[in-house]
Design a protein around this ligand. Sequence first.
Ligand SMILES: *[C@@H]1O[C@H](CO)[C@@H](O)[C@H](O)[C@H]1NC(C)=O
Ligand SMILES: *[C@@H]1O[C@H](CO)[C@@H](O)[C@H](O)[C@H]1NC(C)=O
Ligand SMILES: *[C@@H]1O[C@H](CO)[C@@H](O)[C@H](O)[C@H]1NC(C)=O
Length: 336
Amino acid sequence: MASFKFSIHLLTFLCFSLIAGSTANPRRSFELGVYSIKNGLIDACNSGNYQIINIVFTVSLGNAQTPEINVIDYCTSTGVDGCTKFSQEIKSCQALGIKIMLSIGGGVGKYNLNNFTEATNFSTYLWNNFLGGQSNSRPLNDVVFDGVDITNERSSWDNWSKLGEELRKLYEKQRKKFYLSAAPQCSSLDSSSHSIPQPGIFDYISVQFFGNNLVCQYLNGRLEGFWKFWNSWKMFNADKVFVKLLAGPMAEDMGYIRPDVFRTEVLPELQQSSKFGGVILWSEDLDRGYSSEINPKACGSVEAASESANEVAEFPMGNNYAGQRGFRSCRGSCVL
Ligand SMILES: *[C@@H]1O[C@H](CO)[C@@H](O)[C@H](O)[C@H]1NC(C)=O
Ligand SMILES: *[C@@H]1O[C@H](CO)[C@@H](O)[C@H](O)[C@H]1NC(C)=O
Ligand SMILES: *[C@@H]1O[C@H](CO)[C@@H](O)[C@H](O)[C@H]1NC(C)=O
């Protein structure tokens, strides 16, 4: 119990001590998302750390009546138990208010969109099988995803933007809000307009600031490139711009920003922009406490703090935070 109390104090102290220093510019709330689930969707949702979960899929279409889906490292629709359990888990997470996005593209999968016709056809397929449409071969039955994330690591966005545009048309006829996001590489701003998503289509973009993006990622402790590119990306025509970051160290020079550095040197500055939507982490498997340390509930908004001693505030306890899971509430006096 002692360590649990301590961790709340520590978490709020770290974040609110920053707020105290910047009262002129209140810190904006933001969302935290993650890609790819390896260790259990329910655990990820119950950790309270994520507001968005991007499930990475490959879909094999073809002549087979039932398309095969493969949720990387998690389930395949044709596997022993299929993805039945997964469908239930998705619904439980959505019941907690977490957006579950279908993420397609990326470095995996063998499909490409060869032309606009194919993009349009694929939008119908996704709509009917995973979103608001109907089909008698829905791989996850009645699961309705909250939207689609398009991660494109190939050179041209044109046909992927077309896919987005067609999905947008299908979304617009609905009463339920469906989301559309695109995940470009931070360095692609340097090239042509074909190398970035088409502006004005996506609800949000998640700009990848790691990997092979030396001009714009955190490099040798320096943030110059990061800020230069953030300042351009934040002007992108989308409702919100997220930063997509590594949740754990990979090889050197991959752009990993330690959570303490992110929280103290980067996040407060990002929060100055009304376009900042949040952070999307790659990936759940690498996330050994990163999301707990930068969690929006504690670091995000002044409203998350209960300043009066009687008000109860909820603080997320990440699955790696002092061994506690889920949300815990505490009274205002616990805010330093
Ligand atoms: C689009 O690409 C597919 C697959 O390569 C091809 O079968 C189809 O004929 C193409 N359609 C057009 C209109 O080019
Ligand atoms: C996208 O579609 C256009 C035509 O609709 C085609 O010319 C182009 O090659 C396609 N791009 C890719 C990367 O397949
Ligand atoms: C269109 O999508 C269906 C699946 O919905 C697929 O079976 C078919 O091959 C696709 N056709 C083209 C031209 O891409």
